[in-house]
Design a protein around this ligand. Sequence first.
Ligand code: PBG
Length: 333
Amino acid sequence: MNYSRSFPHARPRRLRRTAALRDMVAEARLTTDDLIYPMFVLPGTNQRQQVDSMPGVERLSVDLLLAEAEQLLALGVNSLALFPVTPAEHKSLLAEHAYAEDGLAQTAVRELKQRFPELILITDVALDPFTVHGQDGLLDDSGYVLNDETTEVLVKQALSHAHAGADIVAPSDMMDGRIGAIRQALESENYIHTCIMAYSAKYASHYYGPFRDAVGSAGNLKGADKKTYQMDPANSDEALYEIGLDIAEGADMVMVKPGMPYLDVVQRCKQEFNVPTFAYQVSGEYAMHKAAFANGWLAERPVVLESLLAFKRAGADGILTYFAKQAAAYLNE
Ligand code: PBG
């Protein structure tokens, strides 16, 4: 034997030779427990509408939502995030409909809870579906979104969701101090079990376009942006500052949004705080994947699963994704 040639002693490929070996050393894993399905709720009964910019996503009235929830539970998807599609007559300057007892979100929560008590229901706390201008809060005369006045309405909205039976309220508005105000109100009204999932690091992103089509707020916004309250995509130290504030104010879990372009923020968040950390693979991320699949440019099944596994590797404990149902079906195969 000629030993004079030197061979590598380190051969990382040893552990990649068979599927069993690869699985044995896999660091991150995606399961159906990681998936949260965002759903758009329509008024009325027997209403079903496609969202043009999100192929495969539908807006559903509450009765159809119940049937869908049953299928999701059967697939192992146990949590839903609800987004109401508010009719124009329920939009106003003061967003009063945000905390209506018989509002769409409140009604959906009540009916879903009654039928499927084990389902985890997450509600969106933000005023944009209820304002005539599509901003997430109340405006002053110059069009600036008022912080503390908005927070007062958000508190009423969160309480109405808790009252309806929401397991988790999820403020997505980015007002300062709202987590503390909501937590205090929930405690004083004895909703001590209601969790808060804070959209802590929510960026002023153009990846939200298809969502705004889906809930019909794009037309109200008329091209205006949300840069005075959502974060600048240039920043990640600031994200850690925001996340730290929300935890201190009483958030049970935190979120980074959008997802894939912001995995560095997810990773920093998990490393720094070690709290339950979620990420939102937003509408624009879904739309661009779907467009590539439709054109045959990317292979759907493996890319959907890879895109979600990447969140787990970065440190996310769960992912809000429009692929939840589809991915669960793949995982169950
Ligand atoms: C509203 C809200 C938005 C999303 C979730 N809640 C849009 C926005 O801030 O304009 C976006 C979700 C997505 O794009 O999938 N507060």
